[in-house]
Design a protein around this ligand. Structure first.
Ligand code: ATP
Ligand code: MG
Ligand code: MG
Length: 598
């Protein structure tokens, strides 16, 4: 639709653009800081947003929300969006994740390498790389910590973690001051430098802000700023043995990159007072430039029938419940791509949710609706038989003169897109049809094959069913029928005989044997991590079914990741990892219409 979904952030940005961001920003810090020139020349009239993933796992559908929101607002208002790796926690972060995150942001259609086009579609400014690493700012972060110490705004606390926890208090109890809280700035500075120089073991002490242990906001009860941790960092190696805490690092990152609107999820709302406290003090000290960034919070996006916590997704992978991060059942972007979801469908779904102050629960069927809307107009059609049974045409030689005759048939690759061309296939004496297209005894309203009934082979002839063959156990091994002469689709007189049933088929002389992976919801409940039960107990055992079927010959050239509509079955994609032309593998993306949970 053309109606923009409600998005309170737009109102804020429009207000701010009207008022202008004066005075123009410039980077503080010494010229030696990577941050000093990181973001290039600054335009005071431009908004700047950022997507700041921690490279400790793969992106999921919730991240797509944040990506599209940040890059989308920058695009819509002629601004710039940074891709910033929030890599301040060396233990869990790896280059593998950095690479995967870049790949998926680009896959979703966003580009951090050039200024985004402005809202009217005209080209943006000069090309610039807006890719940043928080670890490039460790020097300035450390100097900021020293500055706070010299101002009496931070202290080194040597309480044990247990003591610190006990003295923090809780919602109903104010905290207690640490016995180390009243040390002089000089003493604290000496201790902080000892921490930095590796003179104390991991965990022996932390640097804390000195704010208010009685604050009703627990985040203001002297939050930790730095900890000692000997861990090799993927970017800075062993240069540091102290690392900044997220709550300290993030506001500094935003300010150094001149972010105007720092958009995050609701759980950070209580952190905003500390965010403001920190950037204001560092600006007073000349370490950060004004105007300062502001944090705005919006509700997370959750998708039904999956979990979107990195920790839980990791558990699914590590415990072998799925085949990997890119398992097509996973709500990771690599998994959804492999399943066959398109970037267009994910963007459309995410954009339809706007931004609000409450968590958005999106039905999986809504995503499937966008997938169908995207593929309906562009995916080539094909016939596929998923549950094959043989159909024998008893009068074939009589009609065509020989069992070796192949009667050519054709169909448009797409009913409304002639540019996609024509599919060619042929009839022979034996075909594959769906097992469900024959009943010995028809149910009410059943119009397909049963003894004595006529139905049309799609794009082919009308046939009349004569019976079936069975094995010793009574299982049907073949359906028998006769071709009705002069009824070929597209020929004069084809409609002379009226039938109600149309069935899809693949010639057994030319059908491509294929593996078909039929996917369904990963969990049996809409909100698997909401209740009391362990989410692992709610895994859907039928979320993956593998069957062997047959495809029409036009699919012989299918490329990995190419998407099709299998007539009457739904949308399928050639698996980007396992599909080979001599060993085809197709994944079911979704059905033709919503058949789930109804
Ligand atoms: P998780 O909770 O899955 O571990 P995270 O928030 O810790 O995710 P980050 O790498 O820090 O992972 O996330 C990068 C950005 O994506 C953050 O700004 C975060 O707020 C945002 N984000 C993460 N999950 C969602 C979600 N479900 N909806 C909207 N934004 C999200
Ligand atoms: Mg995070
Ligand atoms: Mg998290």
């Amino acid at each position: 639709g053309t109606v923009k979904p409600s998005n309170f952030l737009r109102a804020i940005i429009e207000r701010d653009l009207e008022q202008g961001f004066q005075p123009a920003r410039h980077f503080a810090g010494s010229p030696g800081d990577a941050a000093h020139h990181a973001a290039g020349p600054l335009d005071p009239a431009k908004i700047r947003t950022r997507f700041p993933p921690e490279p400790n796992g793969y992106l999921h559908i919730g991240h797509a929300k944040s990506i599209c929101l940040n890059f989308g607002l920058a695009r819509d208002y002629g601004g710039i969006c940074h891709l910033r790796f929030d890599d301040t926690n060396p233990e869990k972060e790896e280059q593998e994740y950095v690479d995967a995150i870049k790949e998926m942001v680009a896959w979703l259609g966003w580009n951090w390498e050039s200024a985004a086009p402005s809202a009217d579609g005209s080209a943006g400014g000069a090309t610039a790389n807006h890719l940043f690493y928080a670890s490039d700012y460790f020097d300035l972060m450390y100097r900021s910590a020293e500055y706070l110490v010299t101002q009496g705004l931070a202290y080194v606390d040597e309480q044990t973690p247990d003591e610190m926890r006990a003295n923090r208090g809780d919602f109903s109890t104010p905290g207690k001051n640490s016995p180390f809280r009243d040390r002089s700035p000089d003493e604290n500075l000496a201790r902080l430098r000892e921490m930095r120089d590796g003179q104390h073991p991991d965990g022996a002490m932390v640097l804390r802000a000195k704010i208010d242990m009685a604050s009703p906001n627990i985040n203001l009860r002297d939050p930790a700023l730095y900890r000692i941790r000997r861990a090799t960092h993927h970017n800075t190696g062993d240069q540091w043995c102290i690392y900044p805490m997220y709550t300290f690092a993030h506001p500094i990152e935003d300010a150094l990159e001149c972010i105007t609107h720092s958009i995050c999820t609701l759980e950070f709302e209580d952190q905003r007072p500390f965010y403001d406290w920190l950037v204001e003090h560092l600006a007073q000290g000349g370490l950060l430039a004004r105007p300062l960034p502001h944090q705005y919070e919006f509700g997370r996006l959750n998708l039904t029938y999956v979990v979107t916590s990195k920790r839980k997704l990791r558990q699914l992978v590590e415990d072998g419940h799925v085949s990997g991060w890119d398992d097509p059942r996973m709500p990771t972007l690599v998994g959804m791509r492999r399943r066959g979801y398109t970037p267009e469908s994910i963007r459309a779904m995410v954009e339809s949710t706007g931004a609000s102050k409450t968590t958005a629960w999106i039905e999986y069927s809504v995503l499937d609706g966008y997938l169908r809307a995207d593929l309906e107009g562009k995916a080539a059609r094909a016939m596929a038989v998923l549950d094959p049974v043989r159909l024998k045409l008893e009068n074939y030689a009589e009609i065509f003169g020989s069992l070796d005759h192949r009667e050519p048939c054709q169909a448009p690759a797409h009913p409304h897109v002639p540019e996609l061309g024509t599919r060619q296939f042929s009839l022979g004496p034996e075909l594959w049809i769906e097992r469900e297209d024959f009943l010995e005894v028809p149910t009410k309203g059943y119009h397909r094959l049963y003894p004595g009934n006529k139905a049309r082979l799609k794009y082919g002839y009308i046939i009349e069913c004569t019976g079936c063959e069975k094995d010793a156990d009574g299982r049907i091994t073949a359906v028998l029928a006769k071709l009705v002469p002069d009824t070929k689709s597209g020929t004069p007189g084809a409609d002379a005989v009226k039938v109600k049933g149309v069935i899809t088929w693949v010639g057994s002389h030319e059908g491509i044997a294929t593996e078909l992976r039929l996917y369904d919801r990963l969990f049996t409940e809409a909100q698997p991590d909401a209740g009391e039960r362990n989410f692992l107990d709610l895994l859907n055992p039928d979320a993956k079914r593998v069957v062997q079927g047959y495809l029409e010959p036009s699919l012989a050239q299918a490329q990995p990741d190419q998407k099709f509509q299998f007539e009457r079955h739904g949308y399928f994609v050639a698996d980007r990892v396992d599909h080979r032309s001599d060993q085809p593998v197709f994944n079911k993306i979704t059905g033709l219409r919503d058949s789930f949970a109804k």
